[in-house]
Write a protein that binds this ligand. Structure first.
Ligand SMILES: Cc1cc2nc3c(=O)[nH]c(=O)nc-3n(C[C@H](O)[C@H](O)[C@H](O)COP(=O)(O)O)c2cc1C
Length: 167
C-alpha cells in the first residue's frame, strides 16, 4: 500500500539515488519516464519545492511545457537497467513504460501518473520555471555541460504529496 509521508522523510534516499543511477521524472498525462541525474528539494516561497532540469531537446520537454505537473520516482538499485533505458532512449521512438515493464498508477494529487515499481514518489505542480542563462553561469560549467547549447529549463514544482510503498 502506498502511504503518504512527510515532505522530507525520504530526502536522504532521494538524494542518494541522484548520486547513483538517477531518478525517474514522469511528465505528460500519458506518462513518459526520463532519467534525471540532477535535482533537489527545499523550501522556496514558503512551500516545499522539487527542482528538476530538462533540456529542450528532450521529448519530455514538450510534454512538461504543455502540462505543468510532474512526478519524481525514486528507483531501487535493482531498476538500474530500466533507469539507463529511460536515460538513453526517447519516448519519441519507443514506449519506455512498456519496454521497462513499468506499471503507471494514477497520481493521487496530480493528473500525471507515477511508477508503481518505484517505492517512493513525489507529486509536484509547477509554480515557476526559468532558463539557464549561459552568460550568467560559471564559464567552466558552460564549457563542460553546454558545448552545444541546449540549455536546461529549470522547473520548480510545489510538492503536493510524497508517498512510500509500505507492506
Ligand atoms: C543518469 C542520467 C541522468 C540524466 N539526467 C538528465 C537531466 O537531469 N536532465 C535532462 O534533460 N536529461 C537528463 N538525462 C538524459 C535524458 O534522460 C535522456 O536524454 C532521455 O532519453 C530523454 O528522454 P525523452 O526524450 O523521452 O524525454 C539523463 C540521462 C541519464 C542516463
Amino acid at each position: 500500500m502506498r502511504k503518504k509521508i512527510g515532505v522530507f522523510d525520504a530526502f536522504s534516499e532521494t538524494m542518494e539515488q541522484f548520486g547513483k543511477n538517477g531518478c525517474l521524472l514522469v511528465v505528460g498525462e500519458q506518462g513518459n519516464p526520463m532519467a534525471i541525474g540532477w535535482g533537489t528539494i527545499g523550501i522556496i516561497w514558503g512551500k516545499p519545492v522539487f527542482i528538476v532540469l530538462v533540456r529542450p531537446s528532450r521529448y519530455s520537454f514538450g510534454l512538461i511545457e504543455n502540462f505543468p505537473q510532474f512526478s519524481v520516482n525514486v528507483p531501487a538499485e535493482s531498476l538500474k537497467k530500466e533507469v539507463t533505458l529511460c536515460g538513453t532512449r526517447s519516448g519519441r521512438d519507443i514506449d519506455k513504460v512498456e519496454k521497462c515493464n513499468f506499471t503507471l498508477e494514477k497520481g493521487k494529487m496530480i493528473s500525471v501518473p507515477y511508477i508503481k515499481e518505484c517505492s517512493i514518489h513525489y507529486e509536484c505542480k509547477i509554480i515557476h520555471k526559468n532558463n539557464v542563462i549561459n552568460t550568467a553561469l560559471d564559464i567552466d560549467i558552460v564549457k563542460e555541460y553546454y558545448p552545444e547549447g541546449d540549455l536546461h529549463t529549470v522547473y520548480f514544482g510545489e510538492i503536493v504529496g510524497v508517498y512510500r510503498e509500505e507492506v
